[in-house]
Structure formats: structure tokens, C-alpha cells
Ligand binder design. Sequence first.
Ligand code: HEC
Ligand code: HEC
Length: 307
Amino acid sequence: MCRNKMKPRDSCHPPAGLFVGWGIRACLEWERERAYLECLYYVLPIVTPITHTSMLHRLIQRIVLMSLVFAALVTVVQAQPGPGGQDEKAENLKVLPEDMPLPEVRRVMQGFTRALGVRCLYCHVGEEGKPPSTFDFASDDKEVKEVSRVMMRMVHSVNTDFIAEAPGEGEKLNVTCETCHRGVTRPALLEDMLADYVSEKGVEEAVVEYQRLREQYLGGFSYNFQEPTLVRLAQQLLDAENPDAALRFLAMNAELFPTSSQTYAVMGEAYVAKEDTPAAIQSVEKAIELNPNNGRLKEWLEELKQQ
Ligand code: HEC
Ligand code: HEC
């Protein structure tokens, strides 16, 4: 006969042991010991047909004893270092404290991956697509791992030798990998990267690269895609006596930011560099139209018109 009303299944026929096992398993998911006991007292009367309080009491005592023995066994087994397993200690820490527990090491590492926008294998030896248990995290074969150690020492020094020593009350901010890297491996300014690109590969390649970066990173915190970036790039290109490249990027910027007076002003400079005074006048007029209060632009326009 079926006495318990809140049975987990429709039938009471399966042996009580099945339900006891089910109850224990459910309770084990409650991690704290006290909660485990409470859970057993709560769950077992529901899932088993036992109604006698003293019987229930004895059963739970036996389960708890068994669970303790089981837990002790599990601990012993886990303490044995498995082959390449998760339970080993780190072998090759040179900057982090040598005895830092692995879960903590991994948390630091997750910070690295986020800060640089990479995955573990950027710095560690292993095969992409294979499980991390096959990776050789202790190996120093990749140079970037050694670079990272230099960076870790630098960050530590910046925070303890300098920021902590700076005058001022209150909590000091710390520099982290992310402060500089912002999700990329080489924390360069977009305009500087593009200027290098122009001199190494040419302006059209640099335009393609800009578009690629914009597609990948727009809205993120790695690169600044606001109005001033390409204007500053154009100024660098003018300094490098490459007004054509400057004009190429300024035309792009004018399309992206049609109300940017600065863009047209620097365009004027580029046309002056190309000794094309009529085009320079047109650009400066446009710059003034977009920013009518700029006296300096107006003076410059007068000068250009007298040439
Ligand atoms: C930017 C480079 C970088 C990335 C990315 C990185 N690590 Fe590391 N990792 C290091 C460096 C450097 C050390 C050594 C630290 C030291 O010497 O104190 C290290 C050490 C370790 C160790 C200790 C190895 C040992 O036995 O000495 C483990 C484990 C580890 N990393 C796991 C990971 C995991 C998992 C990831 C991905 C989530 C990851 N790392 C991503 C640079 C990196
Ligand atoms: C103060 C700014 C700054 C901080 C903070 C910083 N880095 Fe760097 N990092 C740089 C610069 C700049 C470079 C490029 C150096 C070069 O040109 O070789 C770089 C390069 C690297 C590289 C080589 C990238 C490559 O592919 O060439 C790695 C790896 C790296 N950093 C890891 C880290 C880690 C890990 C941290 C945090 C522990 C960190 N960095 C913190 C400025 C910083």
C-alpha cells in the first residue's frame, strides 16, 4: 500500500532504496553539511514510504556516516596528482607566488585572455581544438609567455613602487593588463597603427585595414573610431609629406562625420601642401561653414584668397 502522498513518480512500486538514493543525490547538491542534513530530513519523508520517525532517524544517521566515509575517500583520491590533471600544483611559476592554488592561477589567466583578447594557446603550448588537459601550461616555449612575465613584473612595479607612493589620500587605482591592452595584444593607437601601415604597405592596404578593424572593433574599447582619429592620422601623413594619403583618409572621415569642420580644415592643409590653392580655399570655406565662429580659419581663408 502506498502511504506517502508526495511521491516523486506515479507508482510506489520501485524499491525504497531507489528513492533513498535519489534523495541523497539531490541533497548532495546542497553543498554545506548542515544543509545536507536538513535536506535529508526534508526530502526522505517525501520520497520514501518511511513514516516512522525513529526509523527515519536511523536511516539518516547511516546515510550521513556513509557520506562522510565517501567524502573522505573522494578527498584522498582527489589529492593524488592525476596525469596532467586539474589537481596538480603549478610547476613553473616565476612571478606569481610559487604555491598559488591552480584555481587562482587560472583566474589570473582568464584576466590575461580578456585583457589581450586572446585564448590560452596564444601564450601556452598545445593544439587548438584539443581539451586543455592536453596543454603544456608549464612550458616556456612561446616567447610571448616570457614577455608576459616581464609585463607582470612591470605592472607590479607600477602599482607598488609608483602609484602606491604617489601623494594623495584614499584608495589608489591599480594598473592592470587591461589598462593598456584593452582587448588587443599590441596596445597601439589606431592612428599610429594606420600610419605604420601606410608606410609599410601603402594607402589602399591601410584603408582596407581600417575598414576591417572598424568592422571587428567598432563599439568596443580597443580602438577609437571617433572623429579625431583619422584627422590625427592625416596630420601624421602630412608631417611625413604624404598629402595624397592624408586626403584619402580625410575624404573617408568627411563621409563618416559630415559635420566635422576639423576634417575640412586639415584637408585645406593637404591641398596647400599639394600647392592646389583653389581646392584649399574650397575646403577651408567648408570648414568655416561647419564652424562659423572659428576666427583663425577666417584669417587663413583671407590669406589663401590673396595668393
Ligand atoms: C598573455 C599570456 C597568457 C595567456 C593568454 C594565458 N597564460 Fe597561463 N601563464 C602565463 C604566464 C606568463 C605564466 C607563468 C606565470 C609565472 O611565471 O608566474 C602562466 C602560467 C600558467 C599556469 C601554470 C603552469 C605551471 O605549471 O607553471 C597555468 C595552469 C596556466 N597558465 C593556465 C592558463 C589558462 C587555462 C589560460 C587560458 C584561460 C592561460 N593560462 C592563458 C601567460 C598566459
Ligand atoms: C603600461 C602599459 C602596459 C601594461 C599595463 C601591460 N602591457 Fe603588455 N604591452 C604593452 C606594450 C606597449 C606592448 C608592445 C611592446 C612591443 O612593441 O613589443 C605590450 C606587449 C605585450 C605582449 C606581446 C604582444 C605581442 O604579440 O607582441 C604581451 C604578451 C603582453 N604585452 C602581455 C601583457 C600582460 C599579461 C599584462 C598584464 C600583466 C600586460 N601586458 C600589461 C604595454 C602594457
